[in-house]
Design a protein around this ligand. Sequence first.
Ligand SMILES: C[S@@+](CC[C@H](N)C(=O)[O-])C[C@H]1O[C@@H](n2cnc3c(N)ncnc32)[C@H](O)[C@@H]1O
Length: 251
Amino acid sequence: MSEQMTFADKKRKTVERAEFTEDGRYLRKVRSFVLRTGRLSDYQRDMMNQNWANLGLDYQATPFDFATIFGNENPVVLEIGFGMGKSLVEMAAANPNRNYLGIEVHTPGVGACIAYALEKGVTNLRVICHDATEILRDSIADHTLGGLQLYFPDPWQKAKHHKRRIVQPEFVARVLTKLAQGGFIHMATDWENYAEHMLDVLRQFPQLENQSPTNDFIPRPDFRPLTKFEERGQKLGHGVWDLYFTQKSSL
Ligand SMILES: C[S@@+](CC[C@H](N)C(=O)[O-])C[C@H]1O[C@@H](n2cnc3c(N)ncnc32)[C@H](O)[C@@H]1O
């Protein structure tokens, strides 16, 4: 296998690896994504291969040590599904007192994010190319995240696909175990039915406090840069719904 093939192939294999029960039956997993076939450009591939040691993190079965990884104790904000990563890099550049951890399964997006991070010179960002639900489950210690960002997750519009939406009660329950006291959950979507679903799910958790004065959505905040999918939605005439909840300090 050529050196150039190594990274993308390894990542694709990890994400696509089938899982089996103990008696050998194929275990069908409900995934929140379909791997897109977009091509990793030579430039993105080179950026990944040359900078993975500094900007990339691999899945691990034990929790990351954020203080060692980032070299400081700043709060760590996790973003799931950053797409091409432009808005994530802009947020990292705008908030040097926070560390950002981005997870994306689309390899060209990870390559693009690394290339842009280098261009902007950000050092408070690490990226992971893996299923975020597995990273949350295995690689992040409880009470260690300052916040979770989930911007324009795949809406899975048809009712029969709603089970593939990443926002489910089990997902939010897991996130809550990972948030430090006072941590935030910020979601945004351009699909009204998904926005209502997000609100329903988040409202199920008494540990969470909705920061919306109207107890539903917040106005689009200036601190969230325009994302690629948001821009696409705007062109299609879609609205935007932002949800911002914080974990109560005590019940
Ligand atoms: C609709 S796109 C939005 C991308 C970006 N946030 C934006 O607004 O432009 C959703 C992204 O989430 C990623 N994704 C979905 N489920 C994921 C998971 N379980 N782990 C990591 N990434 C995931 C997809 O690969 C896709 O790039």
